[in-house]
Ligand binder design. Structure first.
Ligand SMILES: C[S@@+](CC[C@H](N)C(=O)[O-])C[C@H]1O[C@@H](n2cnc3c(N)ncnc32)[C@H](O)[C@@H]1O
Length: 276
C-alpha cells in the first residue's frame, strides 16, 4: 500500500480511533486478557496523529479506557460465538464496524461476515484489509434500511453494534430493532448502552463530533424500558465491564476493578441483547 489512510477529523467516523487505539493498547498491556492481531497493524497504516494518545498511554485512566474498549469486544464475541454455536452458517453483521475485525475473530469457517459503515470508512477498510470469500463490506448509513437487503440471513443472523448507538437517537435505534425483527426473525442484536450519567459524561465527545443536542442521543437508564421496544422480542442485559469475564490479568489493578464496578453499576454501562 503506497499511501497511508486518512480518517476525516471532526466527523462521527473519527470516533473509531479511540476504540481501535484502546484495543491496541489493551493487547500490549493486558495480553493475558486480550489479544488483537489487527489493531496495531491498522494504527500503523493510518495517517493519524497518535502522539496525544501515545503520551497518555501509561496513565491509569487511559489503561482503564483500553480495558473498556477490549472488554466490549470480548462481550460482543461472547454473544456472537454463543449464537454461532446453534447457527453455524449465520450472518455475523458488524454495524458501524469502523476498522474493527470482530467478525474475523469469530469466524467459524462457515459463517458469513458483513461489515457496515459510512462509505469513507468502508473505502479505508478495503485498502487496509481485503475481504475474504465469506466476507462482504457494505457502505451505507445504518439508518437507511436498504443495507439490510444485502445480508443473507438464511442461516440466521447476529447483528452487533459496538460504540455506535450512543450517536443515534432512541427513535432511530427503535426503528432499526423493529426493521431487523421484521426482516430477520430468530436473529440476535447486541449493542452497548449507557445510562443518563454516562451520556452526560460523554457530552464533550458528542460536541467534538458536531452533536450539540447530546440529550437526544440514546441512553438506557432502566433496562425494563427496552421491553416495550419490539413486541415479541426477548431482551436481556449484562454489565459491560464484568458481566461476561472477570478481567483476569495480573496487570489489572484493584483500582481498575473498582472503576469497572462503578462503570457497570453507577454509569450503567451495559451490553443489551435482543433475541428477535
Ligand atoms: C466509536 S466508532 C466504533 C467502531 C467499531 N464498532 C469499534 O468498536 O471499533 C463508531 C462507528 O460507527 C460509525 N457510524 C456512526 N454513525 C453511523 C451511521 N449512521 N451509519 C453507519 N455507520 C455509522 C462510525 O463511522 C464509526 O466507524
Amino acid at each position: 500500500m503506497a499511501d497511508k489512510i486518512t480518517i476525516e477529523k471532526g466527523s462521527v467516523q473519527e470516533t473509531l480511533i479511540i476504540p481501535l487505539y484502546g484495543r491496541k493498547l489493551c493487547a500490549e498491556v493486558f495480553p493475558k486478557l486480550y489479544t488483537d492481531e489487527s489493531a496495531a497493524r491498522i494504527c500503523a497504516q493510518l495517517d493519524y496523529d497518535f502522539s496525544d494518545l501515545d503520551s497518555q498511554a501509561g496513565s491509569t485512566f487511559w489503561r482503564f479506557g483500553a480495558l473498556e474498549a477490549a472488554m466490549r469486544q470480548l462481550d460482543m464475541q461472547w454473544e456472537i460465538n454463543d449464537y454461532l454455536s446453534t447457527h453455524p452458517n449465520a450472518a455475523v453483521v458488524n454495524m458501524g464496524c469502523g476498522l474493527d475485525q470482530t467478525g474475523r475473530a469469530c469466524d467459524n469457517g462457515t459463517c458469513l461476515i458483513y461489515n457496515v459503515d459510512m462509505p469513507d470508512i468502508i473505502a479505508a477498510r478495503k485498502e487496509l484489509s481485503p475481504v475474504g470469500d465469506r466476507e462482504r463490506n457494505i457502505a451505507s448509513d445504518l439508518n437507511d434500511s436498504l443495507w439490510m437487503e444485502e445480508v443473507d440471513g438464511s442461516g440466521g443472523a447476529v447483528f452487533f453494534a459496538a460504540g455506535v448507538f450512543h450517536y443515534f437517537t432512541e427513535a432511530q435505534v427503535r426503528v432499526l430493532v423493529n426493521e431487523l425483527a421484521a426482516r430477520f426473525p430468530g436473529s440476535r442484536l447486541v449493542f452497548d448502552s449507557v445510562g443518563k450519567l454516562g451520556r452526560y459524561l460523554m457530552r464533550s465527545t458528542f460536541k467534538n463530533f458536531g452533536m450539540e443536542n447530546y440529550d437526544e442521543c440514546l441512553c438506557v437508564e432502566d433496562p425494563a424500558e427496552l421491553n416495550a421496544w419490539c413486541p415479541g422480542a426477548t431482551v436481556s442485559t449484562r454489565g459491560y465491564m464484568l458481566g461476561y469475564y472477570p478481567m483476569d490479568d495480573p496487570a489489572v489493578t484493584g483500582f481498575h476493578r473498582f472503576l469497572a464496578k462503578i462503570c457497570d453499576s453507577v454509569v450503567k454501562m451495559r451490553i443489551v441483547r435482543f433475541d428477535l
